[in-house]
Design a binder for this molecule. Sequence first.
Ligand SMILES: Cc1ncc(COP(=O)(O)O)c(C=O)c1O
Length: 467
Amino acid sequence: MLDPKNWEETKQIGHRMLDDLFEYLEHLRDTPVWTYAPDAIRDHFHAPLPEQPQPLDAVYDEFKKYIWPYIGGNIHPGFMGWAQGGGTAVGMLAELLAAGLNANLGGRDHIPILVERQITLWLSELLHFPKTASGLFVTGTSLANFMALLIAKTNASGTSSRVEGVSPLLRGYTSQATHSCVIKAFEMAGLGSKGLRIVPMNVEDLQAAVDKDRSEGLQPFIVIANAGTVDTGAIDDLQALHRFCKKEKLWFHIDGAIGALGMLSPRIAPLLKGIEHADSIALDFHKWGQVPYEAGFILVRDAKKQLETFAAEGAYLKRAKKGMAAGDIWPCDYGPNLSRGFQALKTWFTIKAYGAESLGKMIEHTCDLASYAAKKILASDHLELLAPVTLNIVCFRYKAASLKRSNEINQAIVEELQLSGRVAPSTTLIDGKLAIRAAFFNHRTSYADVDYLLTRVLDTKVFQTQQ
Ligand SMILES: Cc1ncc(COP(=O)(O)O)c(C=O)c1O
């Protein structure tokens, strides 16, 4: 009923869409990173429910006018804000194919499930996990962290906790630098944010915190380490933390959203030593992996633990010996979702079309941009580097007479740059100092973009005269 009445016409519009997209991606540099959407554009999205059909080309024209020019900008080479990947033409095409097939990867017997399994195997190879490890695509690292927490909870409290609920005595440990989604995960899991201790990620402080909690009758169960912190890209001592967790019988989880895919680069991999010992790793392909959003992933060393947390019975999900319902274990047994899209396809295409080696080189390039920026910042009398550069993130500020003034100036610089539409860093706080944060995740960003960023920061004469 909903198939085109005129396939030829739909095909032509589809081809036009593709041509427009290719043209756009090829000439991204000629467009602004980001454009503020005026009220007239925003008001457009308060329209009532459309009762009658509109021609597809009219809807496409509307898309081109009201949506396309006002996107978030992360695909643009000048985008350096937050931590977002740039996507690729390959990923875009694979996403189109996946949408056309409209596969549901919750379960049943079809090859798309093996494509997802293939990614688990490739990741296990890359991160030196056993071949028996389990893995699952999820929306993002936030959800992967949440799932890891639930698995660790079941590991600590037994499967009866699925019936009884969580123990209020459970305690987890992570550093101040950990992403806010981990705190949210504790809240969502019913453990409460007070179930998460914020401690420096070194063995001495961890030992003291764990011993104290145990002496008070509490139950330490998980350590959450960072393979690249969100603010600065710093990497915890994963080997030491692994040894500690093993000794104390704690679940060792790593948030690898920022850095885990650094394993693709022989130059960066040594910084991540110890990642291979994690009980679980949360990561995503939509940042450094350049796979179009969303492509989060959880990898778990012991598949049984993941199944014990999520597998559930359902009469209409009964498995069969033959036919479409064949297979003992379905992907829905490994996570909270039953219906699941074919996220694996765009990741599979990306890894195959570029190859692990060139993806590793792209990752090195983004780290080189950060080192290059840091060198120039250190050489400038007006700029201050606020954190060491470990991977691809640089935090710095324009110096001013007082902290208050410096925070105001740097906030204003970032806002001005974002509005300018040429380069777009974001901000963060480092020891109370507002930092300009340039996170180089986009594979399209060049040295000239870094030069432009620093020149523009130094050029903000308006602020210099106001100091
Ligand atoms: C360290 C870290 N963990 C988790 C997240 C959340 O990841 P996602 O946006 O894929 O949910 C981020 C996002 O930047 C991050 O940097």
